[in-house]
Design a protein around this ligand. Structure first.
Ligand SMILES: [Zn+2]
Ligand SMILES: [Zn+2]
Length: 140
């Protein structure tokens, strides 16, 4: 993402709302966005070169941002249909280590599970990356 796109997104932040799942009976407009989650969607051309085809940005609220950097929650995010689910790690059947698992297909959009993105693609980080963090890095 270039600096112009980045600044434009940040300028729009105040009119965005969190796009992550807040459970049933919640309204999107109750959760103003406080940040963007940035996901580079790319592929590995060869051992040396990674190509970022596009960058997905997801507006998220402060609560979600805090959950993403804490150790209690793992977010499952479907890159195909943009649906998301939170897993509360202390009560989960499986042991989750990642902050985010990017899914390629989920029960909401298909009957076929396409796999976990991070298995297919080294380019995608399983730690949350925030847009404003990028900006800070650029400024310093
Ligand atoms: Zn949220
Ligand atoms: Zn899906």
């Amino acid at each position: 993402m270039n600096e112009f796109d980045r600044l434009q997104l940040l300028a729009q932040l105040s009119s965005e709302f969190c796009e992550l799942n807040h459970g049933p009976d919640t309204r999107r407009h109750d959760f103003p966005a406080a940040n963007y989650l940035a996901v580079p969607i790319g592929y590995q051309q060869n051992d040396l070169q990674e190509v970022t085809a596009r960058e997905l940005v997801v507006p998220i609220c402060l609560d979600c941002a805090e959950a993403l950097v804490g150790n209690d929650w793992t977010l499952l995010y479907c890159l195909e249909c943009a649906s998301s689910h939170w897993i509360y790690r202390p009560l989960a059947k499986h042991r989750y280590r990642h902050h985010i698992l990017w899914l390629k297909g989920c029960p909401d959009c298909s009957y076929e599970f396409g796999g976990l993105y991070f298995n297919d693609l080294d380019a995608i980080s399983t730690n949350p990356e925030f847009l404003t963090h990028h900006v800070n890095l650029c400024a310093s």
